[in-house]
Ligand binder design. Structure first.
Ligand code: IPM
Ligand code: MN
Length: 367
């Protein structure tokens, strides 16, 4: 397995280092080979090359790098975001560019409360918080379509188009139905989340695609629909109701941050940007956390979790059982370590970043 590693900005490289420690341990345990190649795609490089921190003046990632990244089996990303660079430059220049150009049309976000991880939800435990969000990742309001006119005057007008295609909705929906079918849950239930009562064009495209595909090809899967605002309410009130959720990109962005909080925070949550027939990219959700950089206090669990996802998803798409097994072992090792941590928050884990990595390595070896 050939893995491209992009530590990125802030605490990204620190948490990625822990993920790679765990990767090494699990590869020795299960017996598979891999190679790593580092890419120094980050905000410091952009600034050093003379990039303007206020607006993008030079590429953040080079065309040749995108071409090379396409040749790997997977990409492991730490974090994107630099305190000296205006918001949007790195996000669009690295993360969104790779998602779009590598056609990673699924953003997969498992939401699972691990043992002994505090959740802000009263009376809810690991048995109640275990679902997965399939977020469409290449269209919707993220395409950048639209524009601004008369900028800076009282007549300023801006539009931001919610570009929704049947093709895009359909492939996300099909992926979600397949996932619901193979997921090890009793519910076998897929919930579409949108806002069909107001977004009557885009919402309707999703709604009809969801029901037509479900009725014709997935009669064994129970279909359910939630408006996005109601979904936020149910996450807090009855998270145990959910099995798999499919939604568009902006709703998915918002509900997965809420979901990350009920699963114990951004120190735990990981995500995959998936192209089922191409190169997928895996990342912790936490961001670059500049104020914790270099202090050995950031939580590496999410980044280790991302390695687990990377192995499991790559194994599934390539039909490689060893990789799937390795991914599951990492998740099990994490579940053996979370009870030994005081909290999942940076600086309050009762351990340093590297110590948490060592605990997971030990649990992989013992597993
Ligand atoms: C996420 C992030 C990104 C998104 C940002 C950094 C562009 O919030 O992966 O959820 O909005 O998709
Ligand atoms: Mn987000």
């Amino acid at each position: 397995m050939r893995i491209a590693v992009m530590g990125g900005d802030g605490t990204g490289p620190e948490v990625v280092a822990e993920g790679l420690k765990v990767l090494k341990a699990v590869s020795e345990k299960v017996g598979f080979a891999y190679t790593l190649k580092n890419f120094d795609i980050n905000g410091d490089r952009y600034l050093a090359a003379g990039g303007d921190p206020a607006r993008q003046t030079i590429p953040v990632i080079h065309d040749a790098e995108v071409a090379e990244l396409r040749t790997f089996d997977a990409i492991y990303l730490g974090a994107v975001g630099h305190p000296k660079i205006a918001p949007g430059i790195l996000e669009k220049g690295v993360l969104l560019r790779l998602r779009f150009e590598l056609d990673q049309y699924i953003n997969l976000r498992p939401v699972r409360l691990y043992p002994n991880v505090p959740t802000p939800l009263k009376d809810k435990g690991p048995a109640d918080i275990d679902f997965i969000v399939v977020r469409e990742n290449t269209e919707g309001i993220y395409t950048g379509m639209g524009g601004v006119q008369y900028k800076g005057t009282p007549a300023e007008v801006s539009t931001q188009i919610n570009c929704t295609t049947r093709f895009g909705a359909e492939r996300a929906i099909r992926y979600a139905f397949e996932l619901t079918r193979r997921r090890n849950s009793k519910k076998k239930q897929l919930t579409l989340v949108h806002k069909t009562n107001v977004l009557t064009f885009a919402g309707d495209t999703w709604f009809r695609a969801f029901n037509e595909i479900g009725e014709k090809d997935y009669p064994d899967i129970k279909r359910d629909y939630n408006h996005v605002d109601a979904c936020c309410m149910w996450f807090i009130k009855n998270p145990e109701f959910y099995d798999v959720i499919v939604t568009d990109t902006i709703f998915g962005d918002i509900i997965t941050d809420l979901a990350a909080m009920i699963q114990g925070g951004l120190g735990v949550a990981a995500g995959g940007n998936i192209n089922p027939k191409g190169v997928s990219m895996f990342e912790p959700m936490g961001g670059s956390a500049p104020k914790y950089t270099g202090q050995n206090v950031i939580n590496p669990i999410a980044a280790i979790n991302a390695v687990g996802m990377m192995l499991r998803e790559t194994g599934l798409s390539k039909g490689d059982k060893k990789l799937v097994d390795a991914g599951e072992r990492i998740e099990n090792a994490i579940m053996a370590v979370t009870p030994k941590m005081q909290t999942q928050n940076a600086g309050k884990m009762g351990h340093s970043t590297t110590q948490v990595g060592d605990l997971v390595v030990a649990a992989v070896k013992a597993g």
